[in-house]
Design a protein around this ligand. Sequence first.
Ligand code: SF4
Ligand code: SF4
Length: 379
Amino acid sequence: MTRPDIGSDIKRMTAYCTYCPKMCRFSCPAAAAEGRETVTPWGMMRLFEFARDGSVALDDDVADAFFHCTGCRRCQSFCAHDNDVPRALWKARQWAVESGFLPEPYVELYERFEKSGNPYGDGPVELDASPFDAEGTIGYWPDCSTVEHRPQIIGPIGRLMSQMTGQKIRLIRSADFDRPPCCGFPLSGAGIEDGDSCRDEYWPILDDLDAVWTDCPALAAWNRPDSSWPLTEDDTQPSIDHLFVLLADQLGNLPAPAAPLQVDDTMLHQSCYVARQLDGLDDVDTILSYICVSPPQKMAYQGDESPCCGGRCHYRVLEPDASDEAARRVVETLDRNEEAQKVVTTSSMCGHAMGEAVDHEVVTSLLEMVCRAYDCFES
Ligand code: SF4
Ligand code: SF4
């Protein structure tokens, strides 16, 4: 069997984990929800180390273990070596898939993606496209979870972007599908493609745009050199970044909301990709300061330590029950806070996962709150 070419930094990471007394075990949403040592950061990395050096054979069970990381980087916040476990495990997955081990749920994910350009659904999507203009040179590329689960906020986000930039906004669409396309990150989570090949194969043409903004933290992370999986630089692409960067920078130039939001009864969940892949905590605080009378309630673990809801698409299709359990655990922290009855989260995908696990009425998203504060639901 071919050994993977993984580079010295990942070799160092797998070695550190293999001989570690599992210092980060408690932090991992998969380990907590599944209750198995094999899917702790230590267990997954150790198996990668042993499979790579030939001490254990790469078979279905070993390969399966590599896929139970959501990419949340929470273990890294508690790791003395600052190990980037998702970076290593994404490599392990690619190697497993190249070696013929693709977990069965990902076959369906791949087929759905090929058919519809979205890992979640293939039906028609009703969205308000009136704020957008195909001639615009600033793009909005919606998170595929927003497209499938919260399409009603796509129009308001377009209005908000127009107000902030004073420019026409183009909704990123696909020539092949009747909906904004997914960037392909779920395929990389499934080990089927890497980021560069997703860009080459699946992205629409963007080179006539000046900038692209997205509410997909995974797409934004791909475009950051300090994330777990940075794309190779490509000068022909416009800058692509998370909408929170734009909002934090520009909301202060708009007239203040007529009625700032009262969120005393709401607890803030920091999506792990926004917090740890995008380093977006300060942007979120800035945005909240523009729209709220006072900040929402904090969770026990906040900021760099914020919990992962297990809602990432590739993990959710692989382990739906554990994904639900991880999401439930996050929302149930409401029980420990007498003031709070709702959760606001910074990612569409997390909002959907938590809403499905508990109750959609209990969960809202920060972008929805911003659009409400600035009356963007009115056309
Ligand atoms: S990520 Fe760090 S703390 Fe966790 S098992 Fe590896 S070396 Fe230990
Ligand atoms: S990045 Fe998150 S899901 Fe992956 S091993 Fe670390 S804590 Fe677990």
